[in-house]
Design a protein around this ligand. Structure first.
Ligand SMILES: NC(=O)c1ccc[n+]([C@@H]2O[C@H](COP(=O)([O-])OP(=O)(O)OC[C@H]3O[C@@H](n4cnc5c(N)ncnc54)[C@H](O)[C@@H]3O)[C@@H](O)[C@H]2O)c1
Ligand SMILES: [Zn+2]
Length: 678
């Protein structure tokens, strides 16, 4: 049964973590001290449960807690070798664990274990960090909180900071918490309720003080020409420049992007002080680990054309990289980890919004959230005083901290399609849905495009949350709709790498029965549709300069001649030749174009369920329910072909394993000699 102290700690953590005013995503940690019977001695043992490394307070469960023995934690103070070697204490925490110890102890464990209070909360609220980063933060802390909250000058998180806070609590018995300069807050209480109330009191009191005392325009007066563009114009411009920005941000390694055009971002960029503040960078360690020390800022007004914007971004990017390299060189010690890449993680475009980047969509989205946190912090600090983040050398010490590096080295190897953004047409059903599912399982972000928005969104939701898959509506035969689909992809994930032309339909008719409408419909969806999709997508791929893949789901029927199939098979042959034509044309951009030729995929196929199956069954003289088996029997392998088999072929074509293959068709038909390629 869960220890009631632990249950109360998890509930308190969830309440605090769920409200973004209290802390940033995955920021901060909480703890509780209590007793349990030691199974070895049968006696009570004093323990501290503290949120472990990683994870988010809002969704914390018991398994996210590290469990340490308090007697052993306290004993660490006797062997502490001093600030120069404080990092060694993290390894020593492993010797304090109780039982299996739960989650890995974080760097903040000392602060929780050493402070003499039963319950401790360490949080990163925007309001608290605004005070913590104000140039006169110490005086403000006194003025706002009297002697109930104590100022602690900036110090990197670690054992010494834990000792400092413990000493402050002891010397100030009236205090309920402290403001940690440049960083955040810590509060405590003798009960879980008291700790939570003290945390909320500090956060809300700081926010109320800022609201009451802030100057009217903390970011300065409005900057002529830098106001937000109207929404439709803003989104169109964002989509037009996103591929270039993602390409630049992926110079060292490929990145997934996230776009934010919230009022906070647009207001910040529309104000006179934004260039000075953006250059100062973020302050809270959690913030700049995800945003890099500073963003790349476009210095053109909102009205700048797409061409001018792109040209200027291409000038600013090498300058940003040089500046980052110089920051690394200025601060690196011989034992520092190697530079991790010099590209920006945050790119700000006045009038348009913010592009943030990461190794996956969640990381990119959270980087954007953290920069919004930083904007809120700067607004609060500038409203009362002057924003004064921690200095560059300290930022570097955190960014290239050996412990941080070790954490990165422990990360699991990325999946083969990690960072790749895929767009699959006709993916709400059958083969397309199987392809989207497989690409997502291999690490890609996927956009599911289909005629019905509802079905596209349903299929996306089955695959994963919006960090993995999103559904969009498209009729691929409509030029404007195709452009809107590609724009939506670029705004959802920052760019595009992998396009699957899968949307299709089939009408089985003899030549004499085939109407012009039948002919046009199939050619509009499959020939014209895949031409439109390839054209709109290729523009993005070319602008990104990251190569890419285009895959056509053609058909055995593109080479095999059977009866009653004039329109469908002719258009499949058209698609098959588009593969070869585009492979020849796009190779110079590193774009591979390949095809898959399925046959007889009955299970899960809307084409077969919607009448085609019945017609083909009639042509072959078998029961419709037996069609899958019938197709299997006429193959060389005598095996039924499923949507998943087609999906595996698409994956292989796009995987690093086939990096030198373009212009190829892979049959996925269990072997049909009459459709052998030659
Ligand atoms: N099933 C097979 O045996 C087989 C064999 C060879 C080739 N193919 C090809 O595989 C692809 C997928 O077929 P399936 O069997 O999974 O069929 P399906 O009907 O299950 O899926 C096709 C999807 O395409 C969508 N679609 C149709 N017209 C569209 C349009 N204008 N815009 C956007 N989306 C549209 C449909 O809504 C549907 O969700 C097709 O191109 C088909 O020709 C299938
Ligand atoms: Zn912190």
């Amino acid at each position: 049964m869960t220890n009631p102290t632990v249950a109360a700690l998890v509930e308190r953590s969830n309440r605090l973590g769920r409200d973004p005013k209290n802390t940033n995503y995955a920021g901060g940690n909480t703890s509780a001290k209590g007793t349990e019977v030691d199974p070895v001695t049968g006696e009570d043992v004093e323990l501290v449960w503290v949120k472990g490394s990683g994870g988010d307070l809002g969704t914390l469960t018991e398994s996210g807690l590290a469990v340490l023995r308090l007697d052993r934690m306290r004993a660490l103070t006797k062997v502490y070798p001093g600030i120069e070697r404080e990092d060694e204490m993290v390894a020593a925490f492993d010797y304090c664990l109780h039982g299996k110890g739960g989650a890995a102890p974080s760097i903040d464990t000392a602060m929780h274990g050493l402070v003499d209070a039963a319950h401790v909360d360490h949080l990163h609220p925007d309001s608290g960090i605004a005070i913590a980063t104000a140039a006169d933060g110490e005086a403000l802390t006194k003025e706002i909180f009297g002697d109930q909250v104590v100022w602690v000058p900036w110090r990197r998180p670690g054992f010494q900071l834990g000792l400092d806070i413990a000493a402050i609590k002891e010397a100030n018995p009236q205090a309920v918490g402290c403001i940690l300069g440049g960083h955040g807050i810590t509060a405590w209480g003798e009960t879980s309720e008291e700790s939570e109330q003290n945390s909320l009191w500090i956060i809300d009191t700081a926010a109320a003080y800022i609201a009451e005392h802030t100057k009217p325009e903390p970011f300065g007066p409005a900057l002529e020409g830098y106001g937000a563009l109207p929404e439709a114009e803003r989104r169109a411009k964002a989509a037009a420049i996103a591929p270039t920005i993602r390409g630049l941000a992926s110079t060292d390694k490929p990145m997934v992007g996230h776009f934010t055009d919230s009022a906070e971002v647009l207001d910040f960029l529309a104000s006179a002080e934004h260039p000075r503040l953006a250059a100062l960078g973020t302050s809270c360690p959690d913030h700049f680990l995800r945003t890099k020390v500073k963003p790349m800022l476009l210095d053109l007004p909102a009205s700048a054309s797409v061409e001018d914007t792109i040209a200027r971004l291409k000038e600013l990017h090498p300058a940003y990289r040089e500046e980052y390299q110089a920051y690394y060189d200025r601060n690196a010690a011989p034992e520092s980890p190697a530079i991790r890449g010099a590209d920006p993680l945050i790119v700000l475009v006045p009038g348009v919004g913010m592009f943030s980047f990461g190794k996956d969509k969640q990381t990119a989205r959270v980087a954007g959230e953290f920069y919004v946190n930083a904007i809120n912090v700067m607004r609060g600090a500038e409203g009362l005083s002057t924003y004064a983040p921690i200095d560059e050398a300290e930022k570097f010490r955190i960014e290239y901290w050996a412990l941080e590096e070790a954490k990165l080295q422990r990360m699991p190897k990325p999946k083969p399609l990690a960072t790749r953004i895929a767009l699959v047409t006709g993916a709400a059903s059958g083969i397309g849905k199987a392809i989207a599912t497989k690409l997502a399982a291999e690490g890609a972000c996927v956009v599911i495009a289909d005629l019905s928005l509802e079905k596209a969104q349903e299929a996306a939701a089955e695959i994963g949350g919006s960090d993995v898959a999103v559904g969009v509506q498209v009729d691929v035969s409509d030029e404007a709709a195709v452009q809107a689909m590609v724009d939506a992809t670029v705004l959802a994930f920052g760019g595009l790498d992998l396009v699957v032309n899968n949307a299709g339909l089939s009408l089985s008719k003899t030549l004499l029965e085939t109407t012009v409408a039948d002919w046009d419909l199939q050619h509009d969806v499959m020939a014209k549709g895949s031409f439109l999709v390839s054209r709109a997508a290729a523009k993005v791929l070319i602008e990104q300069e990251l190569g890419g893949d285009i895959v056509y789901i053609s058909s055995k029927n593109s080479v095999f001649a059977g009866p009653n199939n004039i329109a469908y098979s002719a258009v499949k042959a058209d698609q098959a030749h588009q593969v070869r034509l585009l492979a020849a044309e796009l190779g110079e951009h590193g774009i591979k174009v390949n095809g898959v030729n399925p046959d007889g995929v009955v299970a899960g196929s809307g084409i077969f369920a919607g009448g085609w199956g019945a017609q083909r069954a009639a042509v072959y003289g078998v029961e419709e329910s037996e069609l899958g088996k019938f197709y299997a029997q006429r193959t060389l392998l005598k095996q039924e072909v499923l949507p998943e088999h087609c999906a595996q072929a698409v994956f292989v074509l796009c995987s690093p394993e086939l990096s030198r293959t373009t212009g190829l068709h892979i049959p996925v038909d269990s072997g049909v000699a009459a459709a052998f390629l030659r």
